[in-house]
Design a protein around this ligand. Structure first.
Ligand SMILES: NC(=O)C1=CN([C@@H]2O[C@H](COP(=O)(O)OP(=O)(O)OC[C@H]3O[C@@H](n4cnc5c(N)ncnc54)[C@H](O)[C@@H]3O)[C@@H](O)[C@H]2O)C=CC1
Ligand SMILES: O=C(O)CCC(=O)C(=O)O
Length: 446
């Protein structure tokens, strides 16, 4: 019964959201997990909780006009999808990348609803962004764009309403410009309206590091269940942005060696272990291409135009973008001896890739669980802002570690409870779904 209900709802979702393929993919991935829940809890289907969950509470699309350094006018499109507020204010990042359109924002928002539920913290799910390409833009152009973006978006935000943060193309610098404009327009010093702020004005320790650190912690937990650890393992991390950098840093602290990382043009292979301070210098300070790494680091090579997944490793952390690891790449990793995957990015593995890993018995940590440390630490930032407090690094990091241990335990326990031991995809989807569905049922027909 549950399966035919889900098939029918899925057809409607595809029909109502035509062309939004990433959104369809993320919805189907959840539907593949929740059949057994509907068998146990017919009330969710009776009250159409699934149909309601697939329809965002609010979707905002707006024009973002801005002027470049030569005085030329550009018009981008801005998005915010306020997906679900059953557990708290909409919470989720903003992505600035030319590929952004409604389908990407919706898939990210949908993922965020479940991820945020799995953290156990009081945050709903949302996501936003723009098709603006920050690559090659001057700092003043970025600032003008952020100011124009916030000039429209501000009316939808608030610490009790909707609290954005960063994502691809949006880091501390952009959050600063957005926060400044929000404050100027509203005449309110509302610290909790954005997270990922600088430590100089209301930011939280560890937020910068949190997603990558959390991903490494999650992998460590999955390995511990199998009597194993990161100690002595060769690791490959895709990407070289915020998530990748701090996944590399924490992996090294936990005794693993990251031998490769990438950008959209190719990858760096460094058998002695990636020098994370050099990657930080290139990506966070100089904002130059990763190919520079091989110019400055003896023994390292940059391989252009090829996939980082061809580098053999025991652990992989895809931390760049959606659908970057397909079935062939997964098979290659399995053949190379890979035993664990931690998804630092959102939906980086294709459905075929996930199947390959699961059939091979690889410990597979989906993004909804493995990269939840970022948004969880954003919730800690909100907590500090609300209480006008500021915690130290070590305390915040220990909270992050506890949260990731709890996320792992919830997913692991739920998968066992539903007869799918070791299946973290099912564990995360089911736990997240039940948590949000119960909150929605309790709040009436909303
Ligand atoms: N920043 C955060 O706190 C969180 C980010 N994520 C996800 O992690 C992923 C990365 O985000 P950030 O590190 O924040 O972004 P970022 O903008 O700092 O870095 C993105 C990285 O991915 C690389 N990249 C982009 N497209 C690529 C492609 N087609 N092939 C290879 N590399 C590519 C870029 O070169 C860059 O190194 C995204 O999927 C994001 O949604 C998930 C949870 C939280
Ligand atoms: O910290 C946040 O609010 C957002 C993090 C995020 O965008 C994500 O978890 O994908």
């Amino acid at each position: 019964m549950a399966h035919s209900t889900l098939d029918r709802i899925f057809e409607t979702v595809v029909d109502r959201n035509r062309g939004e393929t990433e959104f369809h993919q993320s919805v189907w991935e959840v539907f593949e997990s929740i059949g057994p829940v509907l068998d146990r809890h017919p009330e969710y289907a009776d009250r159409k909780v699934i149909e309601r969950l697939c329809e965002p509470e609010r979707q905002i699309i707006f024009r973002v006009p801005w002027e470049d350094d030569n005085g030329e006018v550009h018009i981008n499109r801005g998005f915010r999808v306020e997906f679900n507020s059953a557990l708290g204010p909409y919470k989720g990042g903003l992505r600035f990348h030319p590929s952004v359109y409604q389908g990407i924002v919706k898939f990210l928002g949908f993922e965020q609803v479940f991820k945020n539920a799995v953290t156990g913290l009081p945050i709903g799910g949302g996501k936003g962004g723009s098709d603006f390409d920050p690559k090659g833009r001057s700092e003043r152009e970025i600032m003008r764009f952020c100011q124009s973006f916030m000039t429209e978006l501000h009316r939808h935000l608030g610490e009790y309403t909707d609290v954005p943060a960063g994502d691809t193309g949006v880091g501390g610098r952009e959050i600063g410009f957005l926060f400044g404009q929000y404050k100027r327009i509203t005449n309110r010093y509302e610290s909790g309206v954005l997270t990922g702020k600088s430590l100089a004005y209301g930011g939280a320790q560890v937020r910068t590091e949190a997603t990558g650190y959390g991903c490494a912690y999650f992998v460590e937990e999955m390995l511990a269940v199998r009597g194993d650890s990161l100690e002595g393992k060769n690791v490959v991390v895709s990407g070289s942005g915020n998530v990748a950098i701090y996944a590399i840093e924490k992996t090294h602290q936990l005794g693993g060696t990251v031998v490769a990382c990438s950008d959209s043009n190719g990858y760096v292979h460094d058998e002695n272990g990636i020098d994370v301070e050099l990657v930080k210098q290139l990506k966070e300070v100089e904002r130059v291409r990763l190919a520079e790494y091989a110019e400055r680091r003896p023994g390292a090579k940059y391989v252009s135009g090829r996939s980082v997944w061809e580098v053999p490793c025991q652990v992989a952390m895809p931390s760049a973008t959606q659908n970057e690891l397909d079935g062939d790449a997964a098979a290659m990793l399995v053949r190379g001896g890979c035993v664990a995957i931690g998804e630092g990015a959102n939906m980086p593995t294709t459905p075929e890739g996930v199947r390959v890993f699961q059939e091979a018995g690889v410990a597979f940590g989906p993004g909804k669980a493995a990269n939840a440390g970022g948004v969880a630490t954003s919730a800690l930032e909100m907590q500090q802002n609300a209480s006008r407090d500021s915690w130290g690094f070590d305390f915040t990091e220990s909270r992050l570690r506890e949260i990731m241990q709890d996320v792992h335990a919830r997913c692991h326990r739920t998968a066992e409870e539903y007869g799918m031991p070791g299946n973290y995809v099912a564990g995360a989807n089911i736990h997240g779904f039940v948590h949000v569905a119960d909150a929605m049922l309790g709040q009436g027909l909303i």
